[in-house]
Design a protein around this ligand. Structure first.
Ligand code: B1M
Length: 238
């Protein structure tokens, strides 16, 4: 028993580097309570929500992804890791979205049909909200009809699509082609993202841009919004 007590790790006694490393291990082991505690400790030490997110949580999930790919971890373990990540994100969400930034525009975002990965999409949604965008999140496994209905209902400036599987990423083209068929493609800025995508793919399916991560998604969205506003002002002036 004395040995157990000696082995017990007190997260608050670890240095920042040790704590971040421990959080990677805890995420790997799917220990949601420890992830919540570690997240709170880092914030309490003055870490920004963004650094906590990227250095402790996203990096931890990257390590999980490698061992999942290599057959060391399996779906149940990865699901536990994902749930732990979501527990940490639950603490960070209000902090990331409460910036008081002026309203920038509106985005509809969803993971495409056949795909249930949502952590990256959720991060993008949070960061976009933090940057002042109104975000309508359609969740996972969205057929083209869901995107069309949401575009009609919410009239957003931006459509965001996420795909994490090489087998589901082509579905983004189905959505964009349907927008073209309906003559509404140019009504929206279409941004796409997800680990297997790249710029060439985004271009090949007719998206406006590929976003490598959530921070790039925010910058890209802001950029398109200022270009849109610029061309609207030019039209008024002419
Ligand atoms: Co899945 N999975 N998974 N998985 N999973 C991957 C994607 C995989 C690469 C793992 C691997 O083999 N290394 C692999 C895909 C291989 C391939 O397609 N070539 C894979 C597989 C095979 C599968 C299953 C088929 C496994 C099985 O059942 N045998 C199955 C598929 C289920 C389905 O979708 N139909 C499956 C299931 C699962 C879980 C349910 C266990 C779980 C998902 C839980 C959840 O999301 N709620 C899971 C997880 C967690 C992963 C990994 C390990 C991590 C994904 C993640 O959350 N990353 C993943 C490995 C990997 O990606 N390296 C893997 C963290 C997140 C922050 O990053 O999602 O990339 P990411 O998002 C980033 C950017 O990509 C970008 O910004 C985000 C934030 O910075 N971004 C956008 C993402 N979406 C965007 C949208 C935008 C803009 C930017 O719009 C504008």
């Amino acid at each position: 028993m004395a040995e157990d007590q000696e082995d017990e790790i007190i997260l608050s006694e670890l240095s920042d580097d040790e704590l971040v490393e421990q959080m990677h291990d805890d995420l790997y082991d799917g220990l949601a309570d420890e992830i919540v505690e570690g997240t709170q400790i880092l914030l309490g030490r003055g870490w920004s929500p963004y650094d906590t997110l990227t250095k402790a949580l996203v990096e931890g999930m990257r390590i999980v992804g490698i061992d999942f790919r290599d057959g060391i971890l399996f779906v149940p373990e990865v699901l536990m890791a994902a749930n732990s990540m979501k527990a940490g994100m639950g603490i960070l969400r209000p902090l990331l979205i409460e910036t008081g930034a002026p309203k920038m525009g509106k985005m509809v975002i969803g993971t495409v049909k056949g795909d249930i990965h949502d952590i990256g999409k959720n991060l993008v949604g949070m960061m976009m909200e933090g940057a002042g965008f109104e975000v309508i999140d359609l969740g996972i496994n969205n057929p083209v009809e869901d995107y069309l209905a949401a575009l009609e209902e919410h009239q957003p400036d931006i459509l965001g699509m996420s795909a994490l599987l090489t087998t589901t990423m082509p579905y983004m083209k189905v959505v964009i082609d349907t927008l073209k068929e309906k003559g509404i493609r140019n009504d929206y800025v279409v941004l796409v993202g997800g680990a297997p995508l790249n710029e060439a793919f985004a271009e090949s399916i007719g998206a406006d841009a590929y976003c490598r991560d959530a921070a790039v998604a925010v910058e890209t969205a802001k950029d398109f919004m200022s270009r849109r506003q610029g061309s609207a002002q030019a039209q008024i002036a002419s």
